[in-house]
Design a protein around this ligand. Structure first.
Ligand code: MN
Ligand code: MN
Length: 315
């Protein structure tokens, strides 16, 4: 008999049926007794272009039903190692973004009252700022691995301080980050000026533009990043639009020339051994990918994050 929660298997219940939780795991109302939890943030009122990410968590959960428990590539066996459940969604105020930001921080303060690592299903990228407020309240300033087509360091958007293009500027302003241990990977596209990426460099952050990643394995890059982060607490935030739209069209702010799914796997698997204190997968917008494949990729990347959490055994 196993000590840990197990995803409902495909030989116990058809993959297209059963509970609508992440990987068809058990659900519970709080993080009590958990080493890690999946939590949804159905937020899209912070988006600047195409909306729809409020539907992301539900579709990621649906597409996660195909994921089996054992990682054939890395040997990770998360459900033989740690206690995991899906604790549901954050009860946002969808009419008020600023109130929602405070609701998210309070919700994560509640999760982090327990020794539990949250893995969050987004939701637009605004959500990472209030999560980081809770994370830094518990752990102090953290290292950050930020995979995205965009820098998300605008001071304002349309005169607003809170939006999906400002979370890392706000995190910087609030002192939530270890500025010599911030890595932005996959940035690209058109901008307003070179400052769009150089502001971060001027703060000591490392910016790796998408063109530097083309045709290459990300494994050496991640070896360099993990060496620089060392044993500092680190948060991993993964914007699905970092991927090329050929892979992940179901998102709101598409940029061509992006990363591949195998580079995404190398990035996340390259985080093994880090002191990860949280992670998220944001910006899946189901209306723009009726196939569900963008959400399926998101679900798999969240599973890969689970596989590299501290305490997860490898076969
Ligand atoms: Mn983003
Ligand atoms: Mn983005």
């Amino acid at each position: 008999m196993t000590r840990f929660n197990q995803p409902l298997g495909g030989n116990e219940m058809p993959r297209f049926a059963g509970p609508g939780t992440m990987m068809r795991l058990p659900t519970q109302p709080t993080a009590e007794g958990l080493d890690a939890c999946f939590v949804g943030i159905p937020l899209d009122v912070g988006t600047s272009n195409r909306p729809g990410t409020r539907l992301g968590p539900r579709q990621i959960r649906q597409e996660s039903s195909m994921i089996r428990p054992y990682n054939m590539a890395t040997g990770a066996a998360p459900f033989d190692s740690i206690q995991v459940a899906d604790i549901g969604d954050v009860p946002l105020n969808t009419f008020d973004l600023k109130k929602s930001v405070d609701i998210i921080t309070e919700f994560y303060n509640g999760i982090l009252a327990y020794p539990c690592i949250p893995l969050s299903l987004g939701g637009d990228h605004t959500m990472t700022y209030p999560i980081l407020r809770a994370i830094a309240k518990k752990h102090g300033p953290v290292a950050l691995i930020h995979v995205d087509a965009h820098a998300d360091i605008n001071d304002e958007m349309f005169g607003e301080k809170i939006a999906h293009g400002t979370p890392f500027r706000r995190a910087y302003d609030d002192g939530l980050l270890l500025n010599d241990k911030v890595f932005q990977i996959g940035l690209r596209g058109t901008g307003y000026s070179p400052e769009d990426f150089n502001w971060a460099r001027s703060k000591g952050w490392t910016v790796i533009q998408a063109e530097e990643c083309w045709w290459k394995s990300m494994t050496p890059v991640m070896a360099d990043i993990t060496a620089k982060i060392g044993d500092a607490p680190v948060y991993l935030t993964y914007d699905i639009d970092s991927l090329d739209p050929a892979f992940a069209p179901g998102t709101g702010t598409v940029e061509i020339g992006g990363l591949t799914t195998w580079q995404a796997l190398e990035i996340i698997r390259g985080c093994a051994g880090l002191n990860l204190v949280g992670g998220d997968l944001v910006e899946v917008s189901p209306p723009f990918d009726p196939s569900g494949n963008t959400a399926l990729i998101g679900a798999n990347l969240l599973y890969e994050m689970l596989c590299v959490l501290p305490g997860v055994k490898r076969g």
